[in-house]
Design a protein around this ligand. Structure first.
Ligand code: NI
Length: 158
């Protein structure tokens, strides 16, 4: 496992839409392992493949207590409630702002072997899942608030 370089705000790769994973093979497993290592080293709670420069729909989330959720080709199938809380991103280092997100999110996705599963997360895990799925669509949390939009303008984006 090795650490990969994080793509930061201002790099247009972050704004591209990621493609579905089609091969559940060793290169995907290597990518997921490297994403986890990188996330842990940078002290993030979640990471998407685009953040290490790979435009594929793959996500790793830290569930706490040394448990990790790998999400491939996710679809949101249900959301419930709304919570506004502080959010940050490894690709937007040092900036945090309050963002509203669903309180509960249920997804359909695939694991690293291509096996389908459903997962329901609440509170910060729901927040993480939404934030990371946004990454797969080229959306960043700074897009949602006035402070975020101001930050973008002064940090390499129009
Ligand atoms: Ni992020």
């Amino acid at each position: 496992m090795s650490t990969r370089k994080i793509v930061v705000l201002g790099n247009e790769t972050l704004r591209k839409k990621s493609k579905p994973v089609t091969d559940f093979d060793e290169s995907l497993w290597q990518l997921l392992d490297d994403m986890k290592t990188t996330m842990l080293e940078k002290k993030g709670m979640g990471i998407s493949a685009v953040q290490v420069g790979v435009l594929r729909r793959a996500i790793v989330i830290d569930l706490g207590e040394d448990e990790f959720l790998e999400i491939i080709n996710p679809e949101i199938i249900k959301t419930k409630g709304r919570v506004t809380d502080s959010e940050g991103c490894l690709s937007v280092p040092g900036f945090y702002c309050d963002v509203p997100r669903p309180r509960v999110v249920k997804i359909f996705a695939f694991d690293r072997h291509g096996k389908p599963f459903e997962f329901e997360g609440e509170e910060y895990i729901a927040r993480c899942i939404c934030h990371e799925i946004d990454h797969l669509n080229g959306v960043l949390f700074v897009d949602y608030t006035d402070e975020g939009k101001e930050y973008k303008r002064t940090h390499g984006e129009k």
